[in-house]
Design a protein around this ligand. Structure first.
Ligand code: GDP
Length: 541
């Protein structure tokens, strides 16, 4: 299924003995659909020389889909259920870009991927500002203080003013914003970008579409050299507005950025090739290297010599007949080599890593070695689950891989009543695997499943039928919101569960969950029960 013939990427890597010594930057791109994530991904790969033509990433993806036997749903819908990893090298840095699936394949995997990165690029459409999905993903980053670089995309098109956008980011996300470049204007007024870090101006050549022209040295934003290269009024507005911006927004502060308190902002156009090099520069010079990861009995430092890693995503049904799975592992310390033996902390079973996969650009290859910050795919037959810790030796368990409260709830109904046992086992298995949340109401016998994105319901139906022979149907659920409930005061928690008995349920691990009809009811209960914490996130223990 995976190519073993050397690709150009692999040859480079085999030839480069210092490959494992390259510094890592492991990051994701978060955005709302259509903000330009795919275009930016291509731009980044292109800028790093990993693909040669813009559009190549998509074309290769299409070819691969056509020849592999991915899940049927994928083929029917022509989309990818899977989130992939793209690795590329630029200078002394190896970038691992983790894809966060959006559109219809938005799912819990999208959220969990963000627990495996050290940094994220947030793409915002200059005309739309912060959109709902961006905000949700940002909140997930905030749980772990993941540092964010903001890319304001599509400055070649009409949009909001740079000031308005910066103020919106600062206000909505409660972050300090620090512009790293400044456009002469947006849309028709866009004649180029002044780059603060380089003290250079990049001319937008508008003669034949908008394309990057020459870089000119400019010691300051009002340098007369800029006025000679672009129309006078554009240079004047750059000097005036850019000057004001630089005076009023905070300067870049690496510590505040790495703590998740400040976001450097780059204006640009993924489609036209503006601002992309600068994003890579910021990640390379100021982006965090692999960070220590929360674990029991103590956090694991990336410098520890023993191999450790955790599974943040399991991709199933690469071949439904063989129950094949690929577990995506983030390496947290040590060195992973092909054939090595590791232990799964859950259950203590040993596991040999015969065919670990790495991802170069968009190709998959057998891995020769991986170090802290790298992502490796481990093919298995269902032994590895989301949240599992793999370790070479010693006792360690990574913590903090959260479960997220579902955004879609459905009551399940079985087509064939004789298959109740199979259905229950299937639902329990898939809940444990992290594919769905499963809620068993305290009153009544109809189970409720919860997911983050619609497509997960299709995945659930398909897998239950294929793997457990149970045909499942969904009914609307009377509830729209589910929250884990806990309290420091056991008597109060008991009073809640008794008073709101008909709303109470248990998740797959027996943890109490309150099911609510809508956001309004959620708000009211929160007000009425101040001693109870209503949580949208649950850490796997
Ligand atoms: P995604 O859904 O976030 O992956 O967004 P895409 O990368 O598919 O982009 C959505 C649309 O916006 C496509 O039609 C792109 O060509 C367009 N687009 C992306 N970046 C830019 C840009 O910088 N300028 C303009 N004018 N269009 C862009």
């Amino acid at each position: 299924m995976f190519s073993e013939s050397p690709t150009p990427g692999e040859q480079d890597r085999q030839g480069d003995l210092s490959f494992s010594a390259l510094e890592r930057r492991t990051f994701a791109i978060i955005s709302h659909p259509d903000a330009g994530k795919t275009t930016l991904t291509e731009g980044l790969l292109h800028a790093a020389g990993a693909v040669h033509e813009a559009g190549e990433v998509k074309a290769r993806g299409d070819r691969r889909r056509a020849r592999s036997d991915w899940m049927k749903i994928e083929q029917q819908r022509g989309i990818s259920v899977t989130s992939s990893v793209m690795t590329f090298q630029r200078g002394a840095i190896l970038f691992n870009l983790l894809d966060t699936p959006g559109h219809q394949d938005f799912s819990e995997d999208t959220y969990r991927t963000l627990t495996a990165v050290d940094c994220a690029i947030m793409v915002i459409d200059a005309a739309k500002g912060i959109e709902p999905q961006t905000r949700k993903l940002f909140e997930v980053c905030r749980i772990r203080n993941v540092p964010i670089v903001t890319f304001v995309n599509k400055v070649d098109r009409e949009g909001k003013s740079p000031f308005e956008l910066l103020d919106e980011i600062a206000e909505v996300l409660q972050l300090d914003v620090s512009p790293q470049n400044w456009p002469t204007g947006i849309g028709g007024l866009f004649h180029g970008l002044y780059d603060l870090r380089r003290a250079q101006f990049l001319i937008a050549d508008r003669r034949d579409g908008v394309v990057p022209g020459k870089w000119i040295d400019a010691g300051s934003i009002d340098d007369p050299a800029i006025g000679k290269a672009i129309p006078g009024d554009a240079a004047a507005s750059l000097a005036e507005e850019g000057g004001l911006a630089l005076a009023s927004y905070p300067e870049f502060d690496r510590e505040a950025f790495r703590a998740g308190d400040l976001t450097p902002v780059v204006f640009g156009s993924a489609l036209r090739g503006f601002g992309i090099e600068q994003l890579l520069d910021i990640l390379a010079t100021d982006g965090p290297p692999p960070q220590p990861q929360p674990a029991r009995p103590a956090p694991v430092s990336p410098d520890e010599p023993r191999l450790t890693g955790f599974v943040f995503k399991v991709q199933a049904n690469m071949d439904p007949n063989h129950r094949d799975r690929v577990a995506f592992v983030r390496v947290c310390s040590g060195k992973l080599t092909r054939g090595m033996k590791v232990q799964n902390s859950r259950g203590g079973k040993a596991l040999a890593l015969h065919n670990p996969i790495t991802f170069f650009a968009r190709d998959r290859e057998l891995a020769h070695g991986a170090v802290a910050g790298d992502i490796v795919g481990i093919p298995n037959h269902g032994t590895l689950r989301v949240g599992d810790t793999l370790t070479e030796k010693g006792d360690v368990t990574f913590t903090g891989l959260p479960d997220f409260a579902p955004e879609i709830l459905r009551r399940v109904r079985l087509g064939d009543p004789l298959k109740v046992k199979q259905m229950r086992r299937g639902l329990a298995d898939l809940a444990e695997e992290g594919v769905i949340r499963l809620f068993k109401p305290v009153i009544g016998s109809a189970w409720i499943v919860g997911v983050i994105g619609e497509l997960q319901l299709d995945v659930l139906q398909t897998r239950l039928e294929q793997e457990y022979g149970a045909k499942l149907e969904f009914e609307p659920s009377p509830y729209e919101v589910a929250r884990w409930v806990r309290s420091d005061d056991p008597a109060e928690l008991k009073r809640l569960t008794e008073t709101l008995r008909s709303n109470m349920a248990e998740d797959q691990d027996g943890v109490p969950v309150l099911l609510m009809r809508n956001a309004w009811e959620h708000g009211r209960f929160q007000q009425d029960w101040p001693a109870i914490t209503f949580s949208a996130v649950r850490e796997r223990s």
